[in-house]
Design a binder for this molecule. Structure first.
Ligand code: SAM
Length: 207
C-alpha cells in the first residue's frame, strides 16, 4: 500500500499516466470518450468522480470546456483545471440550468453515491444542468453488492429518453467480456421540447 501510494505520487509529479487496463476502461476510453471529443456539439463536459487513473482524461478534452466534480477533497489532484470539490447531488449549487452538453458519471453510483435521496438529487441535477439534447452517461456495476438499488427505479432518470450511442449501437451497453463486475453503461438524452406555437398560429382563420 505504501509502495503503491509512493508510485502514484511519483507518477503524479512526473505527469505520467496511470491507466487501468480492462474491458470497461477500453469501452470508456476507446469508444465513449473519443466519440464525444470528435463531435463539436459536445463542447462543455462534466466528468464525475476522479482517481489517479482518470487524471489524464483532461488532455483528451483540450478543445472543450472540461469540468470535474469529486466529493473527496484529497482527490482534487486528479481533477481538471476546472474542478469542483463537492457532491454531484449539489450540482445545482455550482451551475445554472442548461449549461452542459455531456455528463459522464462512471463508477459513482454504488461507490459513494448510494442513498436514494442523494441519487435522485444528483441525476435530477444532471437533467437540469444539461441542455436539451445533452447526454448523460452512467457507468455502474450490475451486481447486488455494488448497486444500492435498481438504477431503473430512479425517478429522476425517467425524465430522460434513452440515447442511442452509435459506436456501440445501443443505449445500454452490458460488459459481457468480463463478468467479474458486470459493468454497464447507460446512455440518456435530455429531450428537446417542442417550441411554443406562436399565438397567431393558434387562431382559426376566418372563412
Ligand atoms: C470508483 S471511483 C470512480 C472514479 C471515476 N469516475 C471512474 O471513471 O472510475 C468513485 C469516486 O466517486 C467519488 N464520489 C462518490 N460519491 C460522489 C458524489 N456524490 N459526488 C461526487 N463524487 C463522488 C468518490 O469519492 C470516488 O473518488
Amino acid at each position: 500500500m505504501v509502495l503503491e501510494r509512493l508510485k502514484r505520487y511519483i507518477y503524479l509529479v512526473m505527469g505520467w499516466e496511470m491507466p487501468i487496463i480492462n474491458h470497461d476502461r477500453y469501452i470508456l476510453e476507446q469508444k465513449i470518450i473519443p466519440y464525444f471529443v470528435a463531435h463539436e456539439e459536445f463542447a462543455k463536459v462534466l466528468f464525475v468522480g476522479c482517481a489517479h487513473y482518470t487524471k489524464h482524461y483532461e488532455k483528451w478534452f483540450t478543445k472543450k470546456e472540461y469540468w470535474t466534480i469529486e466529493l473527496n477533497p484529497m482527490k482534487k489532484i486528479y481533477g481538471a483545471k476546472n474542478h469542483i470539490v463537492g457532491s454531484l447531488s449539489d450540482l445545482k449549487l455550482h451551475f445554472p440550468d442548461n449549461v452542459f452538453d455531456l455528463i459522464i458519471c462512471n463508477g459513482v453510483f454504488g461507490w459513494g453515491l448510494n442513498e436514494r435521496e442523494e441519487v435522485e438529487k444528483a441525476f435530477g441535477g444532471c437533467f437540469d444542468c444539461l441542455r436539451q439534447g445533452g447526454v448523460l452517461i452512467i457507468g455502474w456495476n450490475d451486481m447486488p453488492e455494488s448497486k444500492p438499488f435498481p438504477l431503473e427505479t430512479c425517478e429522476s432518470l425517467s425524465q430522460f429518453q434513452p440515447y442511442f450511442f452509435p459506436p456501440l449501437s445501443t443505449s445500454q451497453y452490458v460488459n459481457l467480456e468480463d463478468k467479474t463486475d458486470q459493468h454497464v453503461y447507460n446512455f440518456y438524452v435530455k429531450p428537446v421540447s417542442n417550441p411554443e406555437p406562436e399565438f397567431g398560429s393558434l387562431l382559426t382563420p376566418h372563412s
